[in-house]
Design a protein around this ligand. Sequence first.
Ligand code: ADP
Length: 445
Amino acid sequence: MQVCTSLLVLGLFFTVYVITDIKSYKQRKVDDMMSLAQVIGTNSISTLQFQDNDAAKEILLELHKVAPEIIYAGIIDNKEKLFASYPKTSPDSFHIPAALQGSKYLFSDHYLYVTNAIRNDKEIIGNVVFKVELSELEKIKQSKFEVAFMLFAISIGFAFLVAIVIQHYISRRLLYLVDAMKEVSKSGDYTKPLPEEGRDEISTLIRVFNNLMRRVKENEQRKDEFVGIASHELKTPLTSVKGYLQLLSGTEDKQVQKQFVQKAVDSTNKLENLIKDLLDVSRIQSGQLQLTLSKFDMDHFLDETIASFPIISTTHEIIRESNFNHALVHADKQRIEQVLINLLSNAIKYSPGEKKVIVYSKKTNTELIIKIRDFGIGVPKEEQANIFERFYRTKNMSRYISGFGLGLYICKDIIKRHKGRIWMEAEEKGSAFYFSLPLNNTAAN
Ligand code: ADP
């Protein structure tokens, strides 16, 4: 493309160069011939006054020495009759092109015609006419075209040479990248990044590829960690259930039996929730997480969900603040409840030793915004962008707090399907998680 553009520009440049050169040659020729015609006119005034043809011819003959390219010259009197001419010609054969009448010069195929009035004081007493051969112009044209063509050919050759060298350089690096990609896909080794140098498009491609490899590697690591965590998280409640069942078989006390059954049920609930999360993730992955939409009042819904929370949390008080009493939304009630419970559970889980969590709700012209604010361990700044990713768990305290790294990922998908937004902001102590639902929304599945 670059070679083609350069050739186009060069072609245009040479055409303009040749045309300008020819034009300026023609102008020069016209100026020269006009001056000559004026000189001849001035010298011929007396010959016309005294009707001295021979003297006029003598003057015209002088032209042969000064400008041999004038192949024809004539003096015409004020009655439009040929008074004298050079070379000698019969009056009939002297012919002035019709287009020359009224103008001072005219270019025809190979000739230039020039005419100039002969004035005595202010009175026009005749005209000088020249017919000039333009063979020199043809030669100039030819030589200019030859030079232009030669320069053009050299430029084409040079442009191609440069293009071949650059292309070789580019394709060598591209082939290197392709080989590296093949190697990675064959070996599955994402640990060795390619050397990143330069600032051109290929270097950007290498950087993108390295980034991709880093992300794949991180994902792999997270998946490995997940398998470990998942087995642990699934095994713990299962072990509890087994333990309580064994204990149950060894006691006759009805009260104690009731407690063990309740504990076993709690553990199975936990197990059920974990499995539900896993199922949701696989539904999201296959694009099959469906919404069942209905219209409900968000204010009432928040009160209801929060009221049921003390059953789950005995450690924290959930405080509610709102700027509205009534807000109808069109959403999947169960899924929104899932989001709210998830965010509330996280707020409690990641603020051990604290006493309260605040739920703010706000209505704007276009949406409802729910904010869940805790005073816990917070999320390090550099990890805030990642926590909504699948399997992501922060590297700080959350290592010691059980979890799968799936809750926020599921919440994000549910809110996205409602055409809402979900995000987090760090607070001076702890963090605030937000989600919004559009009012008058038509959520898509
Ligand atoms: P889980 O809590 O099961 O690990 P989530 O997807 O709900 O999974 O959360 C992902 C990660 O985000 C958590 O592991 C934790 O590191 C961080 N996180 C979520 N909520 C909070 C919170 N309220 N305070 C601090 N960190 C949080």
